[in-house]
Design a protein around this ligand. Structure first.
Ligand code: APR
Length: 232
């Protein structure tokens, strides 16, 4: 089976994960050198931890802001942005919170897991962009700590993002999963919607994942190289 080429499809959907940003120097979450190998999410990335010790949670997210802020989008991000600008029916649904899709020029990105560059105060019902590093001030005018607008473990996904993702998955004719281990739900379930809709499915990853068998094309290598080969 020859590798699908973007030029042969009308409604492409890119479903991306941390592996796409790895080539920009941002560590992935799992595997060797993964963030969760060094940090226990129970202490740094869930609402319980935030209620218990918001300063500690912010110290961790400030480290992430500093690291991500020092990185640039890579060729993989740029190719996806170019395809989305060139081909009107292209959707980008990401689990990444780093903002690199938008920085690469992608005009419309569904951020399923939120963003490192937004904060919210649930008491005041405010959500706003914030790119300060370290994040400052850490407290809203109501006195409570701003919360990173990120979908942490045990959080539910935003129903508006889910609806947008589902609609795009139902309509796509080519699904390209890029750099995700496919182990975090409900996001990991979403590609099935495209497959059930008859879309051609491609998994780009350095290695086999628990969901590889679901994909018609399992392309092994770095995301930037393989995306370039599909864009040629
Ligand atoms: N090119 C392609 N794939 C790569 C590359 C690369 N250069 N580098 C790593 N990978 C692959 C790894 O083999 C792995 O399968 O990317 C995947 C990264 O997996 P995870 O670290 O589990 O990241 P992701 O799937 O995005 O995590 C999902 O989990 O921790 C939560 O909310 C967080 O959004 C995140 C979610």
């Amino acid at each position: 089976m020859s590798t699908p080429r973007f030029a042969d499809f009308q409604r492409i959907l890119f479903f991306t994960g941390a592996g796409l940003s790895a080539e920009s120097g941002i560590p992935t979450y799992r595997g060797s050198g993964g963030i969760w190998a060094e940090y226990d999410y129970e202490d740094y990335a869930c609402q319980r931890a935030f209620v218990r010790d918001p300063e500690k949670v912010w110290d961790f997210h400030d480290k992430r802001r500093a690291a991500v802020g020092a990185c640039e989008p890579n060729d993989g991000h740029r190719i996806i942005a170019e395809v989305q600008r060139e081909r009107a029916g292209t959707s980008v649904v990401t689990q990444n919170i780093d903002g690199l899709h938008a920085r690469a020029g992608a005009p419309d990105v569904v951020e399923l897991h939120g963003s490192l560059w937004r904060v919210r105060c649930d008491a005041e019902n405010i959500v706003r962009a914030d790119t300060t590093v370290p994040m400052s001030p850490r407290r809203c005018s109501c006195g409570r700590h701003w919360r990173p607008d990120i979908v942490w473990f045990e959080d539910s996904l935003d129903h508006r993002n889910l609806r947008r993702a589902r609609e795009a998955l139902e309509q796509c004719d080519l699904l390209v999963s890029v750099g995700t281990s496919g182990v975090v739900y409900p996001a990991a379930d979403l590609p099935r919607i495209a497959m059930q809709g008859g879309a051609v499915s491609v998994e780009i990853n350095l290695e086999e994942t628990p969901v590889s068998a679901l994909y018609q094309h399992r392309l092994r290598g770095t995301s930037s190289e393989i995306l370039a080969s599909m864009h040629a």
